[in-house]
Structure formats: structure tokens, C-alpha cells
Design a protein around this ligand. Sequence first.
Ligand code: NAD
Length: 332
Amino acid sequence: MRKVLVVSRSFGQVVSIGEEILVKNRWEVRYVRDEERPLDGPKLAKIVARENPDAIICGVEPITAEVLRASDKLRMVMKHGVGIDNIDLNAATAQGIVVANVPQANSEAVADLTIALMLMLLRSLYEAVSSTKAGGWNRYIGHELGKMTVGVIGTGKIGTEVIKRLQGFGATILAYDIAPNPDLISKYGVRYVTLEELLETADIVTLHLPLTEDTRGMIGVNELKRMKKSAYLINTSRAEIVDEDALYVHLKTRQIAGAALDVFSREPPGPSPLLQLDNVLPTPHIGAYTVEAIDRMDRICAETIIAVFQGECPPNVLNPIAYFNNLAKWPS
Ligand code: NAD
């Protein structure tokens, strides 16, 4: 019987279908215990050494070279999500460990949250709800999303879902991406512009990029300076794409109007100064947290693991070379 260690906080916690699929296919499913969290690399490596799994299902936990070396049986890391910046892909590939993710399954969930955050910022919803509950009757004047110019940075799967929704509201949509998608121009009237033009023109800037060496710190002091004083920044991608210290200063001094952040450089962020600002709307990395998205992700994780261990290489394997270089190790 093969063993999978579930490190992710959400796999198997909301729906049972993923675990059921694995068990039906004769997999033993083990979970990291709550009292073992929070997990850093060395702690996780010890747990992996103790469990010695064939596969790991991870969320945002650090899958370092040390973790990858900790089980002599480990042949696969399955990301319960999209962003793989927490996984040392080079080390995995060098060790012949297959890494796969679940693209698309949570795009609509993240896009829904993004639009919700835009509306909350534009209508001061957080303040309106809290002040009314506290007995106040403060009638905030807001803006209509349909009259805004929204700059979408990153027009992949999530960015596209955001654009579809924005078109429904009638917003003017600007976009920036290293690989523009011509369909978005013809279908949704998106106008691709330079990053500089987007930052200078948009009323709302929303980030939908992976964290890579190129995108780390992409929105720094100079980029924030270009934004309008009345503009909002929304980050549901990865915290490290934005210089958090610079963002704090720009928000504190009202050089931009506000920000909604679903991601932090440390999660949970602890006593982050960003949380003290009244023009920051923080959420606890819940972009993908809908029953529907988690159901899809759990199923795809289970099915991908089973496929790989049955000798297939599905398209969501991110380092097929690790698979093909080690064909002899996989069952035929
Ligand atoms: P995707 O790969 O479909 O799209 C990413 C887009 O970014 C692509 O179009 C790509 O061309 C573009 N891009 C990459 N590098 C760039 C650069 N240097 N400059 C400009 N454009 C660049 O990914 P996706 O499914 O849309 O997800 C985007 C990110 O959202 C993920 O990598 C993940 O970090 C994050 N995410 C967050 C949550 C959450 O819970 N908040 C959930 C899912 C995904």
C-alpha cells in the first residue's frame, strides 16, 4: 500500500471526496496533526522522515530540498492549489520527484473574492457595516465599479476570470502581461498597455501574477509612486510581488487610497504594521476557499497522484522531465 502525507490545511477538511478516491485506490492517507503546526522546513522534514510517504499533498508549506530528501520513498509532491513558489522545483527535479499543481480549479473563487474586495473598497463596506453595528448611521458615499478603470496585472487564468466579471460591470479594463492574450482584447475589450501606463491610469490595480524571480518586488516604491492618490491596490496573488514596507508608507501617508490584501509575507501576519492601517482590508488567504474550488482541487489532487503512480504523466505535472528521466522507477 502506498502512503500520502497531507500537509495542506484544506485537503480532506471540507470535502471527503479526495480521500475517498485515494483510499479506493489503496492509498493510505495520513495527515499532519494540528498541534504540529506551524511548520517550517526543518520541522516538516522531521515529520516527512517519520512518515516516509510516497507522495505529499501540500498547500503553502515550505517544501525545501531538506523536506524532499527526508523520505527515501518520496516520488511526488502534489500542490493543493496553483502557486508553487513554496516548492523547491529544481531540487525536486534533480531528485526525480514529480511536482504537479491544480491549475484553474480555483480561478473563479479567487476572481469572486477580487471583485468582492473591489466593491468593499469602493463602497467602504467594512466601515459601513462596523459603524452601523456600533449604533452609528454614517452614510458613506462610494463609487460605481462600472465607472472605474481597472488595471489587471497578469491575465492568465485568474486574471481572465476577473476580466470576465469586470466586463459585466461595464468597467474600463487595462491589462499588463508578458504574454498578452488576444482573445481578451476581442472578447472583453481589454486594452493591453505598459506597466507604467496601467499604474498611472487605473483607479484599481489588481495583481494576478505568480511569484517568480521576475515578479518578486515588481511593485516597489517607483511603481507605487506612479499610482493615483485615489487608487486602490488589490493583491490576491503573493505578498512578495509587492514591497510591503513601501506599501505601508504609501498607505499611511495616503499616497494611494487603500489596499485589499489576501496574502502576506508572513502568514499569519502577526503584528504586521499593515494591519494597523484603517485603509487596509486584510483577508486570511481565502482566495481559493470555496467549497466548489476545494472540491475540484481535492479530486484533481487525488486523481493526479493515482495517474502518476499508474505510470501516466498528466498535463498538470510541472516537471515532466523528472518523470521521464525516472521512467524505470514508475510501475508499468
Ligand atoms: P496563470 O499562470 O494562469 O497566470 C499568470 C499570468 O502572469 C500569466 O498570464 C503570465 O504570462 C503572467 N506573468 C508571469 N510573469 C510575469 C511577469 N514577469 N510580468 C507580467 N506578467 C507575468 O496563474 P493563475 O492561475 O492566474 O494564478 C496567478 C497566481 O495567483 C498564482 O501563481 C498564485 O500565486 C496566486 N493564487 C492565489 C490564491 C489565493 O488564495 N489568494 C489562489 C490561487 C492562486
